[in-house]
Design a protein around this ligand. Sequence first.
Ligand code: NAD
Ligand code: TYD
Length: 353
Amino acid sequence: MEHNISKNILITGGAGFIGSHVVRRFVSEYENYQVFNLDALTYAGNLENLKDIEDADNYTFIKGDITDTDFVNKLFSKHHFDGVIHLAAESHVDRSITDPLSFVRTNVFGTVNLLNASLGLFRNNPGFVFYHISTDEVYGSLGSHGFFKESTAYAPNSPYSASKASSDHFVRAYGETYGLPFVISNCSNNYGPNQFPEKLVPLFINNIIQKKPLPVYGDGNYTRDWLFVKDHARAIDLVFHQGKKGETYNIGGFNEWKNIELTQLLCRLMDKKLDRQASTSAKLISFVKDRPGHDLRYAIDASKINKELGWEPSVTFEEGLELTIEWYFDNKEWLDHVTSGDYLEYYKKQYQA
Ligand code: NAD
Ligand code: TYD
């Protein structure tokens, strides 16, 4: 897809964590694009994430729910999008364990609504592409060796990953059955500015600031591959513009950490930042009941996107974590807003605080 032609691009879930970085990137890099951000503003969606670009001429926010079929059809008929970048989702594994149906509703039904609405568009527009943003969790769990490749069989273990796997399958099926031009990418764990503090990194940053326990699930020997969110947004830009239609790209940070080691690193960086004595924050570590169905290890082989599109992460983990910590300190108001109200109820239920 060429950058210098004017296009209507729909980004769903653009008020969320990753979505807001993608929206910002597209609005600021591509003046010829009209960027539409469709978001229901659930607990995870926050327009404060986009304050700096909300008045841009090439940006429009639309509040709406991807599970509302009539609304989605009307929106697509009105704007004739040239491309859809689909990030809207229920995204938190722990919430999927207590409320799987809301994951089926948004992640499966909502995605199929968008696919159906896209069918009316691509037949008159050969450049149209539906880009589905997905997760490495669809591949299930690795043992201590090996990597997820694009050819790895799907074996999701949580309601979240099962819903994402299902939506990936629907996207592929629409390509096979109706000829819908699509790309999919499956990315590892993201961290960075604007992440809702239910996920490990921002939750622990917030708890360290407040001297609250750091609830490490099980023995903490679970391994994740971590990627800075802006590197993911850059990868999404590349795949959208240069990815081969009908293909999947794995995106990862080449950066595996056991949860307990990551927590210790975070504690060290936070002690430094807060001018606390070494090991102050590590004393907050508390091993708690394990997550049911907890996947042991995720690790991505990102050699395809590296070789074909020249993408690689731009920051080391330590640099990325320092930038993230800096952001949470500079944005205390953001943190206060998202950790009041519903968040407190969720936290109480999840961690019995
Ligand atoms: P997030 O929870 O921060 O944001 C999700 C956004 O979707 C929110 O703005 C929310 O309001 C919106 N949304 C939810 N339901 C909606 C609905 N029915 N209609 C319209 N909007 C709705 O999620 P995130 O972490 O930014 O993840 C974005 C996407 O990337 C998801 O599809 C997720 O599966 C995928 N992903 C996330 C990670 C990660 O580490 N966070 C890694 C790989 C892939
Ligand atoms: P999370 O940030 O929820 O992402 P995901 O489940 O999508 O990988 O969790 C990252 C890892 O951290 C995962 O192995 C679960 C673990 N974890 C904890 O040990 N304690 C917590 O409070 C949370 C939220 C996660």
